[in-house]
Design a binder for this molecule. Structure first.
Ligand SMILES: Nc1ncnc2c1ncn2[C@@H]1O[C@H](COP(=O)(O)OP(=O)(O)OP(=O)(O)O)[C@@H](O)[C@H]1O
Ligand SMILES: [Mg+2]
Length: 227
């Protein structure tokens, strides 16, 4: 059996609502995600409201669901998807439990890619982001990539060597509906992807407005883990 990977003494580089994200100690190009020990099933059920209370426990295993969705999507769409969605690379045992291993999105200079929320908060809706969003939207609609809402903390802005930005969706992929009609209709699927991309644009614009009005961006979506 492979040695247990030690993460108990490492610091996660990010924390989502449900998971902690670490750089793999021996492989800088991949990350390991673990469920947050402080977020248990009861909390998750409550967060999802009435609908969540009716769902089976397995629905809340983000890691398993993510592995399945990513494998299916990369298989269906092929190599081009890797520019917009990280690959699922397997599982590891760590001293904090089982973790999912995923491609870690980095800028071309090696820095971990900035969450889109942080990018917008720090730089606004600049021309590079406009170009990246246009490229992303065209791809998303063309390939009919299924996703839940595209939230600003679930997309990262990767900086490439030529100074451009590319958007990569790191969480929230797949279908939330039990029987999505878009599975059978290309036209509906395309429309759905277009709607998700349009709402992503709106979220960017809303955050710019919140910032201009001196509002609070909330705790998620910034690469600073404070405790
Ligand atoms: N593959 C990746 N490459 C680079 N950064 C990543 C990657 N996966 C996650 N991150 C960073 O870690 C943060 C949290 O990750 P993730 O969204 O997977 O956690 P979560 O707890 O499932 O999120 P949520 O709050 O949406 O439930 C992201 O906002 C992003 O900044
Ligand atoms: Mg997330």
């Amino acid at each position: 059996m492979a040695d247990l990977i030690r993460l108990s003494t490492a610091t996660p580089f990010a924390r989502g609502g449900n998971r902690l994200v670490y750089v793999h100690p021996d492989r800088p190009e991949v990350c390991i995600k673990l469920p947050r020990a402080d977020v248990n099933l009861a909390v998750k059920r409550r967060r999802k409201g009435l609908k969540g209370r009716l769902k089976p426990a397995a629905t809340f295993d983000e890691n398993r669901a993510e592995a399945r969705t990513l494998t299916e999507l990369h298989g269906r769409i092929g190599d081009s998807l890797a520019a917009f969605v990280p690959r699922f690379l397997g599982w590891v045992e760590t001293d904090l439990g089982r973790g999912v291993v995923l491609e870690l999105i980095r800028d071309d200079d090696g820095a971990i890619a900035t969450p889109l929320k942080q990018y917008v908060w720090e730089r606004g809706f600049d021309e590079r982001l406009e170009a990246a969003l246009r490229e992303f939207t065209a791809y998303w609609v063309r390939e009919r990539v299924p996703s839940r809402e595209l939230l600003l903390h679930n997309v990262v802005a990767r900086r490439t060597g030529d100074g451009a930005v590319r958007l990569v969706v790191i969480d929230g992929l797949g279908n939330a509906d039990l029987l999505p009609l878009s599975r059978w209709s290309r036209r509906l699927a395309r429309r759905k992807s277009a709607r998700k991309a349009a709402r992503l644009r709106k979220r960017i614009e809303d955050l710019v407005r919140t910032r201009a009005q001196g509002g609070d961006p909330g705790e998620h979506g910034f690469l600073r883990v404070t405790d």
